[in-house]
Design a protein around this ligand. Structure first.
Ligand code: HEM
Length: 405
């Protein structure tokens, strides 16, 4: 049985996941945090588990919650009173909150945002285009989503660098319980509460104003719910998109034939291929390695394996999306892949709320980057690239590149 959670595993977990899929598709392991959890690695089991109402998102169902271990969830969210967000709750609360936020976070709002994302991508590339080299994580993949979501929420431009710093603290620690993460979350929370309070009296056009105004059968979000919602939009929409841009760029740079296909499609303005390309990059090496926590609320079986109430269940999206029972040649990057119902955005009632924005940002970021810097190449050996720690996400710490200025 291959070792899990080692350095080699972090670099390339796919062989270990292939082994698990074949020999132990629902496997109990001890996570680096010391918490025991089931890993679900087959596509069919994963898809079923993601939509199973017997698996709760609420950490009170965790068998260890009673002992106050507090090792699951986003560091700092408990003390900052941000627990009531979509990824921690079940119906009927989830249904109500998701309906309310969907009224504000509409596809129309996302589509209208396209020129702004283009402008952001161009401005960031302007920052290093004359230099001939850059670290694409720090200078491009990292700032793009944070500025984009701040803009969308209505965080004033002069405060966005604070968000950049708080987000930097959260990402640098890989979501681990160390150091400044809790403090960064608390500052963000205090800022958002203040901003929401201020915007309540105004009739703004931004997403926070939309959240404040959204109502359903006379029901509205409380200020606390609106703050938790703004926080989860930032949290869920940030590191994920950093990784989509980072992992996607790296996958293109390390597959010359697919990269050529991508650049030909750009030159020909073949938006169909650009769209299937972003989906395939998500399937092949997606931003979210494991879906967020779920807990069994009753005795049940998953893929024939008995799971006890209170047991944590982690659905391994990265393993499911390489399952040969679902995808032809799953380990091949094929930007033209059409039958591509990957689980990169999850499945069921917690399916990614931000998928339209993520697709837009991924598409524009990659198209702008490879369009403006057509000879982009890695500046280091692939073996020198380091990955960020953290259980849920999969992403690069840096991505040094070179190009003709
Ligand atoms: C949920 C992936 C970008 C907001 C999820 C889930 C996944 C996911 C896998 C489900 C987690 C689970 O079931 O445990 C991604 C990926 C992204 C991305 C791969 C980028 C490529 C975004 C963006 C936003 C966002 C840009 C918002 C601005 C959310 C929210 C949820 C969610 C609010 C919770 C939905 C719910 O519980 O009902 N995302 N996400 N995501 N995502 Fe995303």
């Amino acid at each position: 049985m291959p070792a899990l959670f080692t350095h080699e595993f972090a670099t390339d977990p796919y062989p270990a996941y292939a082994w698990l899929r074949e020999h132990a598709p629902v496997y109990k392991t001890v996570l680096p945090s010391g918490v025991e959890a089931w890993l679900v690695t087959r596509y069919a089991d994963a898809r079923e588990a993601l939509a199973d109402p017997r698996l709760s998102k609420n950490p009170v169902h965790h068998s260890e919650a009673a002992h106050g271990k507090g090792k699951v969830g986003i560091p700092g969210e408990r003390s900052a009173n941000l627990m009531t967000h979509l990824l921690n709750i079940d119906p009927p609360d989830h249904t109500r909150l998701r309906r309310l936020v969907s009224k504000a976070f509409t596809p129309r709002r996302v589509a209208a945002f396209e020129p702004r994302v283009r402008e952001l991508a161009d401005r960031l590339i302007d920052g290093f285009a004359a230099r001939g080299h850059a670290d694409l994580i720090h200078e491009f993949a990292f700032p793009l989503p944070i500025y984009a979501i701040c803009d969308m929420l209505g965080v004033p431009a002069e405060d966005q660098d604070d968000f950049r710093d708080w987000a930097g603290m959260m990402i640098r620690h890989g979501g681990g319980p160390r150091g400044g993460v809790g403090r960064a979350v608390k500052r963000m929370r205090a800022y958002l509460a203040e901003l929401i309070h201020r915007k309540r009296g105004e009739s703004g056009d931004d997403l926070i104003s939309g959240l404040i105004r959204a109502s359903d059968h006379g029901e509205q979000l409380t200020e606390n719910e609106a703050a938790a919602m703004a926080f989860i939009l930032l949290f869920a929409g940030f590191e994920t998109t950093v990784n989509l841009i980072g992992n996607g760029t790296y996958a293109l740079l390390s597959h010359p034939d697919q990269r050529r296909l991508f650049q030909d499609a750009l030159a020909a303005d073949d938006t169909g291929l650009l769209r299937t390309a972003v989906e395939e990059l998500l399937r092949y090496d997606g931003p979210v390695e494991l879906a967020t926590w779920r807990f069994a609320t009753e005795p049940m079986t998953i893929g024939g394996q008995r799971v006890e109430p209170g047991d944590p269940v982690l659905v391994v999206l990265a393993a499911a999306d390489r399952d040969p029972a679902r995808f032809d040649d799953p380990d091949t990057l094929d930007l033209t892949r059409s039958d591509n119902q990957h689980l990169g955005y999850g499945h069921g009632i917690h399916y990614c709320l931000g998928a339209p924005l993520a697709r837009l940002e991924g598409h524009i970021a990659l198209a702008t980057l490879f369009g403006r810097l057509p000879d982009l190449r890695l500046a280091v050996e692939p073996s020198e690239l380091r990955r960020r720690g953290g259980l849920i996400m999969r992403g690069l710490r840096e991505l040094p590149v070179e190009f003709e200025p």
